[in-house]
Design a protein around this ligand. Structure first.
Ligand code: PLP
Length: 438
């Protein structure tokens, strides 16, 4: 095989139909603000903030400079039994913007690792309190919690589970909350479906609370196609967890850092989880990083041990990596100085109004939105699920718009810097694209 820069063969691409892609590649080589640029210099408007992660827009000079300076000063230091100032500073800054008493932070390198970490903390939490039988984990259908074994076990996306064996035992799933018959074209939270949280009571009745450690949900399911929670649903989950000493974990990998127009979804919905998983917007995606934040009582349970032995046997070589912490600190400065979370809240009504004008466009069976998240669900081509989704994705990319497609759902999550005019361009391009595809 000849070695050449443009040989596409060696790279086994993630979550991609490799053969199709390589027959018809799409590359971007530069980005700034709301735009990607192809190697030929063609502009592509980014309606997905990279992959729900570039919340402050692409190519932020402040973040670049912080990373460069950090590389010069301290490229790497382990966080096992050693520390460096920026990791402590970043954890403190995060705690300052996290809701309630989520006041301790464990660093990881991705959303998937954050989920594994959160599940392990939940199991160990009960164990250190002498409740070692509380081991079952509750996820939800259509949940996405990354791709590692814990995450796909509690996750509820069939394709992510079907090839990988028995997965974790001791896992149950709540039903998903999607209900086209009752909630189609809802604006914001759908009115119907809070009662689906009651399934948690049924699971508790089946297994007994003494066997259940934690329930994990995305406050708004993202990867499964933007499913905002029904009104009252998260509150019910919280109440049931409280009743039975079950930890409630919010996976805020997508919803964190302003996506809903509040710092975190927990703020937006007014529901306090015990553990929160973070990634993506934590560094504006400039350096891979994730984090898990836990409430006082969770952290304290580990610190009440008899001696000063390692409280949690867990960690990554790159936990609290200096470059990631530097990028994260610069990112938090941008969010604060440019008031980007407030900006997202202010522009969300325009987003909602514009998206819902697509209701009469061809193939559209549902439109969902909350904060700066949105989904346009298309009817599948009979017998060919996902084909229409692929068709619109390709069509839009060729027309200069990047969206994310899962199955036949167009998912949208522009950076929080998006302007009204750009929202209108996104919607107009989708309308035109839908009129062009079969
Ligand atoms: N959890 C949620 C809710 C996500 O949306 C994602 C990624 O999209 C993950 C976890 C996994 O994050 P990563 O791809 O960084 O491992």
């Amino acid at each position: 095989m000849p070695t050449q820069a443009n040989n596409l063969d060696a790279y086994w691409m993630p979550f991609t139909p490799n053969r199709r892609f390589k027959a018809e590649p799409r590359l971007v080589s530069r980005a700034k603000g709301m735009l990607y640029y192809t190697p030929e210099g063609r502009e592509v408007l980014d309606a997905t903030a990279g992959l729900w992660c570039v919340n402050a827009g692409h190519g932020r000079a402040e973040i670049t400079r912080a990373i460069a300076a950090q590389t010069e000063e301290l490229d790497y230091a382990t966080n096992f039994n050693l520390g460096h100032p920026k990791a402590f500073e970043f954890a403190s800054r995060l705690v300052n913007i996290l809701p309630g008493d989520l006041n301790h932070v464990f660093f990881t390198n991705s959303g998937s690792e954050s989920v594994e970490t959160a599940l392990k903390i939940a199991l160990a939490y009960h164990r250190v309190r002498g409740k070692g039988t509380k081991t079952r984990l509750i996820g939800r259908e259509r949940g996405y919690h990354g791709v590692n074994f814990g995450g796909i076990s509690v996750g509820g996306i069939p394709k992510n589970r079907q090839y990988f064996g028995g997965l974790l035992t001791g896992v149950d799933h709540l039903p998903h909350t999607f209900d086209l018959a009752r909630n189609a074209f809802s604006r914001g939270q759908p009115a119907h479906g809070a009662e689906r949280a009651d399934e948690l009571e049924r699971i508790v009745a089946l297994h007994d609370a003494s066997n259940i450690a934690a329930a994990i949900v995305e406050p708004v399911a993202g990867s499964a196609g933007v499913l905002p929670p029904p009104v009252g649903y998260l509150q019910k989950l919280r109440a049931i967890c409280d009743r039975h000493d079950i930890l409630l974990i919010f996976d805020e990998v997508i919803t964190g850092f302003g996506r809903l127009g509040a710092p975190f979804a927990a703020d937006h919905f007014g529901v306090q989880p015990d553990i929160v998983t973070l990634a993506k917007g934590i560094t504006n995606a400039a350096v891979p990083m994730g984090a898990v934040a836990v409430r006082s009582h969770v952290h304290q349970a580990f610190m009440d041990g008899a001696d000063a032995a390692i409280e949690l046997f867990h960690g990554y070589t790159y936990s609290g990596h200096p470059l990631a912490c530097a990028a994260g600190l610069a990112t938090l400065d941008i969010y604060r100085d440019e008031k980007l979370f407030e900006r997202a809240a202010a522009i969300a009504p325009h987003w909602e109004q514009a998206l819902h004008t697509l209701r009469e466009a061809p193939h559209v069976v549902d439109i969902r939105n909350i904060g700066l998240m949105g989904a346009v669900e298309l009817a599948p081509i009979p017998g060919k699920p996902g084909e229409r989704g692929q068709a619109i994705f390709h069509r839009l990319f060729d027309d200069g718009l990047l969206v994310r497609v899962t199955g036949d759902i167009i998912a949208l999550s522009p950076s929080l810097i998006v302007a009204e005019g750009e929202i209108d361009r996104i919607v107009a391009a989708i309308r035109e694209g839908l009129s062009q595809i079969a």
